[in-house]
Write a protein that binds this ligand. Structure first.
Ligand code: 4NP
Length: 157
């Protein structure tokens, strides 16, 4: 079992979108029992809340159901439990590095760095912007999820 944690700031827009997209793509690839998946926020402001209604609506239009997800904050035990901890942007990565034990630092990386030759390494925070920001988050999460699955299949067959 490979354990993956997806991390943004609030865990109500980007990382739940990433979780919903990656979960659906893993199921399509028949890998849902080989990858354990969760998402979390570096901040705890939205703890227990459903994903942002704009994220849920945009995801639902592409067939992803984010409604069962609930926000939570990253906890110390995450750095031991997960094998890969993917940050949505450079601030999230810096915030994770600041609380990550030294032995687990190798688990941290940017989610979009999975995309070969990625021209953009950060998922822009859509929270204060317009609707197109949520579509962009979905586009990027789909690309990174497909890249994760391709890499997983190469490593694990
Ligand atoms: P997320 O977006 O990190 O993608 O979940 C945000 C959600 C909430 C806030 C900022 C970003 N906020 O400031 O409350």
């Amino acid at each position: 079992m490979t354990r993956v944690l997806l991390v943004c700031l609030g865990n109500i827009c980007r990382s739940p979108t990433a979780e919903g997209v990656l979960r659906a793509r893993l199921a399509q690839a028949g890998l849902e029992h080989r990858v354990e998946l969760d998402s979390a926020g570096t901040a705890g402001w939205h703890q227990g809340k459903s994903p942002d209604s704009r994220s849920q609506a945009a995801a639902a239009r592409r067939g992803y159901d984010l409604s069962p997800l609930r926000a939570r904050q990253v906890i110390a035990a995450d750095f031991d439990h997960y094998d890969h901890i993917y940050a949505m942007d450079a601030n999230n990565l810096a915030d994770l590095r600041a609380i990550c034990p030294a032995h687990a630092e190798g688990k941290l990386s940017l989610f979009l760095a999975l995309i070969p030759g990625a021209d953009c390494l950060e998922v822009p925070d859509p929270y204060y912007g317009g609707g197109e920001g949520f579509e962009r988050v979905l586009d990027l999460c789909e690309q990174a999820s497909d890249a994760f699955i391709a890499g997983f299949q190469r490593r694990h067959g």
